[in-house]
Design a protein around this ligand. Structure first.
Ligand code: HAM
Length: 426
């Protein structure tokens, strides 16, 4: 007997039914449809990028000493080192530059919904293959760009009835120069603590001191209480940008808290950063995150182009919706049962679909007994069974049995079937 082959750890299969903590396809389609509508309502156009990119793209954008680039990428060795993309922003900028879609003050607003890959330790809400819905807007240095995207997510949480479960945290990292001088000051504070800090934290403080602010270790969190804070390093212009954004959020009645320790795990940000967090998912609290990244386009070879974006993890939102039992399943409307009349099930099903083009109609696609077809109809979750036996066939009619309600079965002439089902099911 052969050895059974399973999917690699942390990768994702999405099936009609839930698999482990990954919901079934109905849930994905429900959320994806909402996201498509949302993005186009805000004037964003969809783009689909290459899954593989040159490793250097991520080194230059996300940063060499981030966890994502230093530990989590799937890299294919070879002369042209390629990696499965761990996020979408770098690919989006690369593609826009490659096809001349950004620069010279043009406004460009794009969205994507696609799998990303990071070799992290898998757990509930954290996978090695995960789906992100991301939006990126190029060409605006105004806080309106941040405000629009935050408002877009707030609208989504309202639509999904999640506003009580998700909290917005915002911060400003200032310009690259502010961040640089803050980073140095924080580093000397951290290194002055000597071996009060664990060995690995000292190492992190040497390589990327801002990352220490993310620490979950209670002892490190205590020691950070006296650490220098980024707001003291912001220029007047950066502080004004942040205050203006806060006023707009207030005007939009979008609640937020300032988290001065939030620095994000990617190096390309400046000024505004934000995360939408929940406590419904244990340690995987970030549901969506983003911010401003005004120097990335130039770093990757383009003109100076201000940019703002965010990405949302679909699995995390779906886990929240699942916990709240929010999504109705996408069962068929009807299940066709044909009982031994010498006419093909498919021929009858096609006739019904011609008359009633909106119907989601399923059938057993085999010639089982009446009883076994009924069992299948029931299991399919269909609202009604459409039955064609001798009596119905001779009268050019169909009997309708309501599978989820205690109602009398009714025979309907084929010519009236669209009207009848429309009234009952739509
Ligand atoms: P990020 O914070 O690395 O940002 O990821 C954004 C979201 O992706 C997270 O808040 C989370 O919901 C989801 N996510 C990340 N890693 C995993 C994982 N291993 N499993 C499941 N979900 C995950 C970015 O990727 C930036 N590109 C966002 C951005 C766009 N900034 C500007 N534009």
């Amino acid at each position: 007997m052969g050895v059974s082959i399973k999917k690699p750890r942390g990768m994702l299969d999405i099936m009609p039914q839930a698999i482990g903590d990954i919901p079934g396809i109905d849930h994905w389609q429900y959320l994806e449809n909402k996201l498509h509508e949302l993005a186009s309502c805000y004037g964003y156009s969809e783009a689909r990028f290459s899954f593989l990119e040159h490793v250097n793209l991520f080194k230059r954008s996300i940063g060499d000493v981030t966890d994502i680039v230093s530990k989590e990428m799937y890299i294919f060795p070879g002369s042209d080192e390629l990696a499965l993309r761990p996020e979408g922003t770098a690919s989006c900028v690369r593609a826009c530059l490659e096809y001349g879609l950004i620069g010279r003050g043009a406004l460009q607003k794009l969205w994507y919904l696609s799998p990303m890959f990071r070799r992290e330790r898998p757990q509930k809400g954290r996978y090695r293959q995960f789906y992100q819905f991301g939006v990126e807007s190029f060409g605006s240095s105004s806080i309106e760009a941040e405000a629009e995207q935050i408002a877009m997510l707030w609208r989504l949480w309202k639509l999904l009835d999640l506003t009580d479960d998700i909290k917005l945290e915002i911060n400003s990292l200032g310009s690259a120069a502010c961040r640089e001088s803050y980073s140095k000051e924080l580093q000397s504070y951290l290194l002055s603590l000597g071996n009060k800090l664990p060995e690995d934290v000292i190492e992190r403080a040497k390589r990327n001191p801002l990352r220490v602010l993310d620490s979950k270790d209670p002892a490190v969190i205590d020691l950070l209480a006296d650490a220098p804070m980024i707001d003291n390093f912001l220029s007047t212009e950066d502080a004004k940008h942040f205050d203006n954004l806060r006023s707009v959020l207030q005007e939009l009645s979008i609640p937020y808290v300032i988290n001065r320790k939030m620095v994000r795990g990617l190096d390309y940000y400046n000024q505004t950063v934000y995360e939408w967090v929940t406590d419904m998912l244990g340690s995987q609290s970030a549901v969506a995150a983003g911010g401003r990244y005004d120097s990335l386009v130039k770093t990757l070879g383009g003109d100076d182009t201000p940019a703002v974006g965010f990405a949302m993890g679909l699995e995390r939102v779906l886990l929240m919706l699942q916990k709240k039992d929010k999504i109705q399943s996408n069962s068929p409307d009807g299940f066709l049962i044909v009982d031994n009349i010498g006419v093909s099930q498919t021929v009858i099903a096609e006739k019904i679909r011609d008359l009633c083009p909106w119907i989601k109609l399923s059938a057993s696609a085999s010639e089982g007994s009446f009883k076994s077809q009924f069992k299948k109809a029931d299991k399919s979750g269909a609202t009604v069974a459409l039955i064609v036996g001798d009596a119905e066939f001779s009268k050019e009619s169909i009997s309708i049995k309501f599978l989820r309600e205690d109602r009398e079965q009714i025979m309907v002439p084929m010519n009236d079937i669209a009207k009848f089902l429309g009234e009952q099911l739509l």
